[in-house]
Design a protein. Structure first.
Length: 408
């Protein structure tokens, strides 16, 4: 199986797909799947721009709306995670994962799916310590603070991924695992990106939860983006343990290293995206403690037994099949022939895919905030308001440097 991996998409779907088509022609090959490591920017219309936390000069429709509207169909099955520049209101509709457009699948805030016999996992967002142990309290339309915190990684989603026991073949995160620079040519990195020097030397560059997941899951491949540069590393897990090949990629710009093709052993095709049995069991087991308030959440337990849910999910999938529920438009798509001078802020929209998945798993729908009462499993510890006031006054500081490099 040939898999293309792309760094930060920033809504440039046309450009990335055109690059892959050209590569297929030049190399006389066939790409089976495209993976994107965040900042996908699934902006459907002008209202979605209201939930996109970017500087005004970067706030544009770009090209995703063509695929959402059906004007274009992705020529390759595409799987993506979220970053810190997203249409967050739309991704919240698909919190558990789902089709963002025909042939374009969002892995959810955390998720695992199968493509053929290859298991692909991912964690959306970036790590900020001040919000890590909070619940998912943000609701659209977002205020000036929530539009920044909505994409911050939460312990709840990491805890679910820590319960994955079966091997993961490929894992995606937007920011890099903490300490990953120690396993690659960090001297070359800081020559190219001098503003990373302090973080590299102090071992503060990257995400602590991502590092914990890397140590737990130990996948053969791990891909990231976020810092707008290419960086490879090889991690040996223990003296005789497995090896993880890590690669961070740039964003889609001319002359930048934003794309990589990998070959991975797999069963013969044709391939399609399917639900993962173990992940659905974890989702069902954990949904009753989904934290939806600002209160501190630590999970209450370190390890839950999901075997009862696993057997239940297996029977359900045998009856229905593992194909995800069909894509459904939930808002009108952008129309370039129409003027749109008065954008309005909208609240939460229930996505039929999410409703269907929850009905299939016999779970209640919680995402619109109608049920935000603390569950018995939730800690009553309150977070000091100043704990959340970390360095996220604007977008991530290191990415500000990366954007400056682009402008230069």
């Amino acid at each position: 199986m040939k898999i293309a991996v792309e760094g930060c998409m920033h809504g440039e779907l046309d450009a990335v797909y055109a690059t892959l088509r050209r590569l297929e022609q030049v190399e006389n090959t066939k790409i089976d799947l495209l993976l994107c490591c965040g900042d996908f920017q699934a902006v459907r219309n002008e209202n979605d721009l209201e939930s996109l936390n970017v500087k005004p000069k970067y706030r544009s429709m770009n090209t995703f709306w063509k695929y959402y509207s059906g004007q274009e169909v992705a020529p390759y099955p595409t799987i993506f995670i979220g970053g810190n520049h997203e249409a967050s209101n739309y991704l919240w509709e698909l919190y558990y994962g789902g089709w963002a457009a025909q042939n374009i699948y969002f892995l959810g805030y955390a998720g695992v799916v199968k493509f053929g016999n290859i298991r692909i996992g991912g964690l959306s967002g970036i790590y900020k310590p001040g919000h890590y142990f909070l619940g998912h309290f943000e609701r659209p339309p977002y205020n000036d603070n929530d539009i920044r915190s909505i994409y911050h990684v939460r312990h709840y989603d990491v805890l679910k991924l820590m319960h994955v026991e079966e091997p993961i073949d490929i894992f995606l995160s937007h920011d890099w695992p903490l300490g990953i620079t120690e396993y690659g040519n960090w001297e070359k990195l800081i020559k190219i990106k001098q503003h990373f020097t302090e973080e590299v030397y102090s071992r503060t560059l990257g995400s602590k939860p991502a590092a914990e997941l890397l140590n737990k899951l130990r996948p053969p491949f791990w891909f990231s983006a976020h810092l707008h540069c290419k960086f490879p590393a090889v991690i040996q897990h223990g003296k005789d343990g497995p090896i993880t090949k890590f690669l961070a990629l740039d964003k889609c710009l001319h002359g930048r290293r934003f794309l990589q093709i990998i070959d991975i052993e797999s069963d013969p095709g044709p391939y399609e995206i399917q639900y993962d049995e173990e992940w659905l069991a974890i989702t069902k087991k954990f949904n009753n403690i989904l934290p939806l308030t600002r209160k501190y959440f630590d999970g209450g337990v370190k390890q839950l037994d999901i075997q009862d849910c696993r057997q239940w999910v297996m029977r359900k999938l045998d009856e229905r099949g593992a194909k995800p529920f069909d894509f459904v438009q939930t808002v009108p798509a952008y129309d370039p022939s129409q003027t749109f001078s008065n954008p309005f802020r909208t609240g939460h929209c229930r996505n039929p895919q999410t409703e269907s998945l929850l009905q299939f798993l016999e779970l209640p729908y919680l995402l619109d905030g109608e049920n935000v009462a603390n569950t018995p499993s939730q800690s009553t510890k309150q977070l000091n308001p100043t704990d959340a006031l970390d360095d996220d006054d604007d977008v991530d500081e290191l990415e500000e440097h990366a954007d400056s490099d682009d402008e230069e």
